[in-house]
Design a protein around this ligand. Structure first.
Ligand SMILES: [Zn+2]
Length: 72
């Protein structure tokens, strides 16, 4: 089950509190600081230290996570 829009609307980057964008159903990308947060088992991992690891990774190079059934 993909992340719902309603849920997405209330999620925010834990670092800068900006809104995040869904990418490939498995990543949340902060539009402000470019930190990227994985979604694992439909649960967004919104941890600063995790987002930091992908800050310099362009979104095209993000690893493919275990995709949800209906993604792609
Ligand atoms: Zn941010």
């Amino acid at each position: 089950m993909p992340i719902k829009k309603e849920l997405l609307a209330i999620l925010a980057c834990p670092q800068c509190k900006s809104s995040v964008e869904l990418y490939k159903n498995t990543w949340l990308i902060c539009s402000n600081c470019s930190r990227k947060y994985p979604i694992k088992n439909n649960i967004p991992v919104l941890l600063i230290e995790v987002g930091d690891q992908f800050k310099e990774v362009s979104q095209e190079q993000l690893p493919d996570l275990e995709a949800n059934e209906s993604s792609r």
